[in-house]
Design a protein around this ligand. Structure first.
Ligand code: XIL
Length: 310
């Protein structure tokens, strides 16, 4: 049985992964189609790919991903609408409130509108907090303050009333000011009736710092919103050794069980298949081997641990 069907047998909606035009026909496509039911586009749905120049919308690649999903009976989590990274310079340069408000609305209306009724969810805002719980400096926060968040959610809801609307964030995996700030923000948004459905916990984890994940997922669920593990990987400090891979096995099982044990947790998405192709390689070169398949696309111990648990 696939990871996806076993998750569903455990009462969850899916086990997911990332997809994009480069992997739809690559050597991982068999694993992707065979094991996973929900897909997050890794690149092609980001702002700089969809609207690189003002008013010029490019949907060729994002359409190809949507069509791949529909042709293969898979679902899509749209990723992502308002994020400080992967935005074009023309957006970063905006200083006028009215101008930025219009630009955010237009981008969301076009992107969400295009796939209306066809996606399961959207990551509406991504990574808005610093580690100390203050808002991250971004063009969105500089120009609009916190208001960009309700604006983005309200616009997205109108553009596709059926999509689950997520706030997505990393390092919500242990107690501290960042998860506190997230919970406080959710309460403020709920008090203003902002249409938010769910919190995505990216869970880009470091091996050795995983044990609190189940408890923090429960705290996120205490908001009453849906919860999802949206970008799971567990990176290992180099050199990668058999003992460290053994530890990683248990950590994958712990995170999976953490979702199973929280009724509000709808599913888990990995951020990649083979260790060879993970984003960690470039972004965090001191670490390696974060995924459940090795560089030769063989299942690792971590896969066996998750498979055994499900
Ligand atoms: C990453 C991709 O994996 C990289 O290939 C790309 O260069 C940058 O973005 N958090 C997110 C994802 O929400 O969109 C990021 O994906 C990884 C961190």
């Amino acid at each position: 049985a696939s990871l996806n069907s076993m998750m569903q047998a455990n009462g969850k909606l899916y086990f997911g992964n990332i997809i994009d035009t480069n992997t739809m026909q690559g050597n991982e496509d068999g694993v992707l189609k065979g094991e996973f039911g929900m897909f997050t586009p890794e690149y092609s749905w980001k702002w700089n790919r969809i609207q690189p120049e003002k008013g010029q919308f490019h949907f060729n690649d994002s359409d190809a991903v949507m069509e791949w999903a529909e042709a293969n009976g898979k679902q899509i989590r749209g990723h992502t609408l308002v994020w400080h990274q992967n935005i074009p310079d023309w957006v970063d340069a905006i200083t006028d409130k009215e101008d930025l408000t219009k630009v955010i609305k237009d981008h969301i209306n076009k992107a969400v509108g295009r796939y209306k009724g066809r996606v399961y969810a959207w990551d509406v805002v991504n990574e808005v907090f610093n580690e100390d719980g203050t808002f991250r400096d971004s063009v969105f926060y500089r120009v609009l303050g916190e208001d960009f968040i309700p604006l983005a959610f309200r616009t997205a809801r109108d553009a596709d009333p059926n999509a689950k609307l997520y706030i997505n964030e990393y390092n919500l995996d242990y107690a501290g000011p960042k998860i506190d700030a997230m919970l406080n923000l959710i309460h403020r948004l709920q008090a203003q009736n902002v249409p938010i459905d769910a919190i995505g916990s990216q869970t880009h984890l470091t091996s050795g710092r995983v044990s609190e994940v189940p408890a923090q997922l429960k705290r996120l669920a205490s908001t009453g919103l849906d919860i999802a593990v949206t970008e799971l990987d567990i990176r290992i400090k180099r050199p990668v050794t058999p003992a460290k891979l053994q530890q990683q096995k248990g950590e994958y099982a712990l995170v999976t069980k953490g979702c199973l044990d929280v009724p509000a947790c709808v599913g888990i998405s990995m951020w990649g298949v083979s260790d060879k192709n993970s984003w960690v390689k470039e972004a965090l070169p001191a670490f390696g081997a974060p995924l459940m398949w090795d560089g030769n696309l063989r299942r690792k111990g971590a896969y066996g641990a998750v498979d055994g648990l499900l």
